[in-house]
Design a protein around this ligand. Structure first.
Ligand SMILES: *[C@@H]1O[C@H](CO)[C@@H](O)[C@H](O)[C@H]1NC(C)=O
Ligand SMILES: *[C@@H]1O[C@H](CO)[C@@H](O)[C@H](O)[C@H]1NC(C)=O
Length: 354
């Protein structure tokens, strides 16, 4: 019996090493949970499986677990632009996309959002996919096809051979989890935040991302994160934003006209973006990070040795820039904004952290 238990424990810990590891996905989902309107939670309770107990995190890694037997879903976790080759050359759809255009992470966010909005049967599956794909969208290596999104790019991290994708899925996060300031083991004076925490080892990290990030250095950016460029062509608006989106999740008003990026999807992309949910416009600046910082130029220079990435110049710079924390926070807040857009009651007011 003891042996059986320890085997199970090993299986569980192997499970946590795949994709934005389960931990990354659960952090995104928990940050989203913090920003859900109470009337949204009420609706989601009816859709989520009972084991989730009205919380997004318990289902956040589901899509990775079913990837092998729902094979049609496996390409929905990423998108690859043709001709894309970080760090030298970053193109995101300008030269077209690899694979079927309706089978990538951008169209999957659109499809599952539409599925929930229309109330089609199978809402539980669509919701579990949406929670996961919004996380994948915020892992920049899910947005490039070079070396299978870095899975084939061998590197070292802390002396151990791994690959670039795993560094971004889990190694940077696990390193950070070992060094969170002790004060974050104590509750923050916010019921909204504390009520969403599930008693996990990464609770202190979420407190830090919320306190120093979302309520601190990221605060001026939140409105832009949840905005979408207003398309000139009203036909490309599949689902025009409604009033309720503009009130949620955090502020009394959202001005999608103020969106900074102003990007329009390149030709060949199905209309994934509208004025409320815009996976292409959200992803494009994150994809550019692959050339800016994520894909080290030195990876193309070294021949007979693996490049160590747990260095001040690489991991240290990413930490100093709060880059991983920003991606996790963006993913969570956009997921909440999308779910509030879909499910919050008409006239639902702003949210407060207290
Ligand atoms: C859209 O999402 C639904 C719900 O999960 C799924 O059944 C369907 O296969 C998806 N379609 C595509 C093209 O991914
Ligand atoms: C926790 O400690 C860090 C410094 O180690 C400080 O910057 C931060 O403001 C503290 N957080 C809270 C919630 O007191």
């Amino acid at each position: 019996m003891k042996l059986l238990i320890s085997l199970l424990a090993t299986a569980a810990s192997i499970q946590t090493v795949v994709a934005w590891g389960a931990v990354g996905h659960e952090i995104v989902a928990t940050i989203a949970q913090i920003h859900l309107h109470p009337s949204t939670v009420e609706q989601l309770c009816d859709i989520l499986p009972s084991y989730a107990d009205c919380h997004l995190a318990p289902v956040a890694a589901w899509a990775d677990k079913v990837r092998m037997h729902m094979r049609w879903s496996s390409t929905l976790h990423y998108v690859n632009g043709l001709g894309d080759h970080p760090s030298q050359h970053c193109v995101f759809g300008e030269e077209g996309w690899a694979g079927a255009p309706e089978h990538n992470v951008l169209s999957a966010v659109r499809n599952t959002t539409m599925w929930l909005e229309k109330g089609y049967p199978g809402a539980e599956e669509a919701l579990k996919f949406l929670i996961h794909f919004m996380g994948d969208l915020h892992q920049p290596l899910h947005l490039t096809g070079r070396d299978k999104g870095g899975n084939g790019a061998k590197v070292k991290f802390d002396g151990r051979i791994t690959n670039l994708h795993s560094v971004w899925d889990s190694r940077l996060i696990s390193k950070t989890l070992r060094t969170i300031p002790r004060n974050y083991t104590l509750p923050l004076p916010s019921r909204r935040i504390e009520d969403a925490l599930l008693g996990t080892i990464y609770d202190p990290y979420i407190r830090q991302i919320m306190f120093e990030g979302v309520l601190g250095r990221f605060a001026p950016m939140i409105e832009e994160w949840t905005s979408c460029p207003t398309p000139d062509d009203s036909n490309s608006r599949l689902y025009p934003p409604t009033e309720k989106f503009h009130q949620l999740p955090l502020r009394a008003s959202f001005q999608s006209e103020n969106a900074a990026s102003g990007l329009t999807p390149p030709p060949g992309l199905p209309p994934t973006d509208d004025g409320a949910v815009c996976p292409y416009s959200w992803a494009a600046p994150m994809h550019a990070l692959n050339c800016d910082i994520i894909w080290p130029p030195a990876l193309d220079e070294l021949t007979n040795t693996y490049l160590e990435l747990d260095t001040p110049e690489y991991a240290g710079r990413i930490k100093d820039d709060w880059l991983v924390e920003q991606l996790l926070a963006m993913g969570g807040i956009r997921l909440a904004a999308t779910l509030n857009y879909l499910f919050a009651a008409d006239g639902a007011g702003p949210l407060y952290y207290v």
